[in-house]
Design a protein around this ligand. Structure first.
Ligand code: ATP
Ligand code: MG
Length: 563
């Protein structure tokens, strides 16, 4: 048989296993699902799961469902559903069916009655603490509930009355009747239903009892005819329970579960509980704060979908957990933007330069390539005037020999324009440099005799008359230790990096950047990759630094002995 290789997805144990099954004729197509709980925004860890699920279905002629696992009404909200859909689409995937576990509440209740009728589940009247205490430990078996042998007819009656709302919250639970002595604690008569009077975002107040995640999960897969239920390692020990339920229920299909390791990245946290705290405590500006490892945050920062998909493909799929350096994610963005981001000039920390032999009130337009290696990306015109801004640290008064930018009496080429010489340094009373007075070599323009004249340095610049003022936000790691949540002594919040956001509010951009749409990334030459923030407007542009030109952290991480 001939199977299309998933586009750019390298082989891994799940792909190999499914291929064998398909070759053996066990499946004619592969159906997967991505099953987020709508209680937060998706993060980069979820991207790994999304890429895996969608690429496996695509590789074997099937499809993927998006299923909201909304069995816990307490924490679920519509805005999370909306953001999840937006983020999956942004990553480049379209699901076949949009499903909700809550759509199966009726079917699940029917399954519960089926178990009861067959003596495979019983209504237990003990309270939660007692049930927990009876579960036993890894070394000790559990204790049978006194209600374990309640006759099926009695359990059915109680279960129906539980549904009818006759009992207060917590009065009864429904438990599977499996084996209190099982070495696998998940099989020690797990709870399947709890009475909880809670408003559900979709079913409203229809239900006063809700299925547990363990009861809903496998059956939802079966109802949707999912062939491969791909999930993370923590569910490995739950698989025997899911299999037991599928075996004993009249489900329409028989999914198989395969577990893989979660993605971890250093210098950040990837758990919704912790991300929720960052948002709720105001440690960040919101779920889409560009420092957050959420897809909404990464997008706002300037990450591209392809860079995230490439990252997920590179890290691969295994059963053993590792911690991926944050720099790997950034490298994929840099690699993508290096090829695709148009070049522009911007000055982040301005120093004024007066070109003394350039006429006043005149503008000269220079051609500037949008990408030095890709002529197909075209060019634009940038205005030169008598007064310009350069980067403050492109000038140094007492410069060492190896400083090839501007220094007193030194020469430098202004990118796309001509060579200038620094004739005079103007200072204020405090001794700070406030202005440079330079003269230009008119013969060093393109097409002139000195066009090829070599000087050691080339720097970027913008016209003071034409440039547009902007706010630029520089981001750094959100935490200042590699494993913020691995510290048993201190709360992860204590490891927040106080310098993770630096705001520069006196930056200047070349005029072509005025109406760039939010999220459109550019390379600011010599500075890094930047994209307009969501709040950016033509009147008040705000740019986020997506990633630096080079990986300054690789060195630091090496020194820390990490990653
Ligand atoms: P979190 O730990 O962030 O709360 P979760 O597992 O509770 O994650 P879900 O909404 O249930 O969040 O996750 C949806 C899917 O994404 C699940 O199949 C889950 O296994 C997968 N997933 C969650 N986190 C990661 C991760 N770090 N790496 C890979 N897959 C993940
Ligand atoms: Mg989960």
């Amino acid at each position: 048989m001939n199977h299309p290789e998933p586009t750019s997805a390298p082989a891994h144990f799940i792909l190999n296993r499914i291929r064998k099954e398909v070759d053996a004729g066990l499946y004619s197509r592969v159906v997967t699902r991505f099953p987020p709980e709508p209680n937060g925004y998706l993060h980069i860890g979820h991207a790994k799961s999304i890429v895996l699920n969608f690429s496996m279905a695509a590789a074997f002629g099937g499809y993927t469902n998006l299923r909201f696992d909304d069995t816990n009404p307490a924490k679920e909200e519509q805005r999370f559903i909306d953001s999840i859909k937006e983020d999956v689409r942004w990553l480049g995937y379209e699901w076949e069916n949009e499903c909700f576990a809550s759509d199966y509440f009726e079917a699940l209740f029917g399954y519960a009655l089926h178990l009861v009728d067959h003596g495979l589940a019983y209504v237990d009247g003990q309270d939660a603490d007692t049930i927990r205490a009876q579960r036993g430990t890894l070394t000790e078996p559990g204790v049978n509930s006194p209600d374990r042998d309640r006759p099926p007819a009695e359990s059915r009656d109680l279960l129906e009355r539980m549904r009818a709302g006759e009992f207060p919250d917590g009065r009864y639970v429904l438990r599977a009747k499996i084996d209190m002595a099982s070495p696998n604690i998940n099989l020690r008569d797990p709870v399947l239903y709890r009475i909880r009077r809670q408003h559900h975002h979709r079913t409203g107040d229809d239900w006063v009892l809700y299925p547990t995640y363990d009861f809903a999960h496998g059956q939802s897969d079966a109802i949707e005819h999912i062939t491969h239920s791909l999930c993370t390692m923590e569910f490995e020990d739950h698989r025997p329970l899911y299999d037991w339920l599928l075996e004993h229920l009249p489900v329409p299909s028989r999914p198989q579960q395969i577990e893989f390791a979660k993605l971890n990245i250093d210098f950040t946290v990837l758990s919704k509980r912790r991300l929720t705290r960052l948002v709720d405590e105001g440690q960040v500006a919101g779920w889409d704060d560009p420092r957050m490892p959420t897809l909404a945050g990464l997008r706002r920062r300037g990450f591209t979908p392809v860079s995230i998909r490439n990252f997920c493909n590179e890290i691969g799929v295994t059963k053993s957990e590792g911690i991926i350096p944050y720099g790997v994610l950034e490298r994929h963005l840099r690699d993508d933007l290096n090829v695709h981001a148009p070049r522009r000039m911007a000055v982040l920390r301005p120093l004024k330069v007066v070109l003394t032999n350039f006429p006043e009130n005149e503008t000269e337009w220079f051609d500037a390539a949008n990408h030095p290696q890709n002529p197909e990306m075209g060019s634009r015109r940038v205005p030169m005037t008598r007064e310009i801004f350069i980067e403050r640290d492109d000038f140094m008064e007492d410069a060492p020999k190896k400083f090839f930018r501007l220094k007193p009496s030194g020469e430098v080429r202004l990118r796309n324009a001509f060579i200038v010489r620094c004739d005079e340094v103007v200072k204020n009373d405090a001794g700070d440099v406030t202005e440079l007075r330079c003269s230009l070599d008119p013969e060093s323009r393109t097409g002139q005799p000195n066009a090829e004249r070599k000087v050691k340095g080339t720097i970027h610049w913008v016209s003071a008359q034409h440039a547009i003022p902007a706010e630029v936000r520089l981001y750094d790691r959100l935490f200042n230790v590699p494993h913020p949540s691995g510290d048993k002594e201190r709360d992860f919040i204590e490891h927040l990096n106080p310098a993770s956001l630096e705001i520069l509010d006196t930056a200047w951009l070349e005029p072509t950047l005025a109406d760039a749409p939010p999220g459109q990334p550019f390379q600011f030459e010599r500075l890094g990759y930047f994209a307009p923030d969501l709040d950016s407007t033509p009147e008040q542009p705000i740019f986020n630094r997506a990633v630096t030109l080079r990986d300054t952290w690789a060195k630091i991480e090496k020194e820390l002995g990490g990653a």
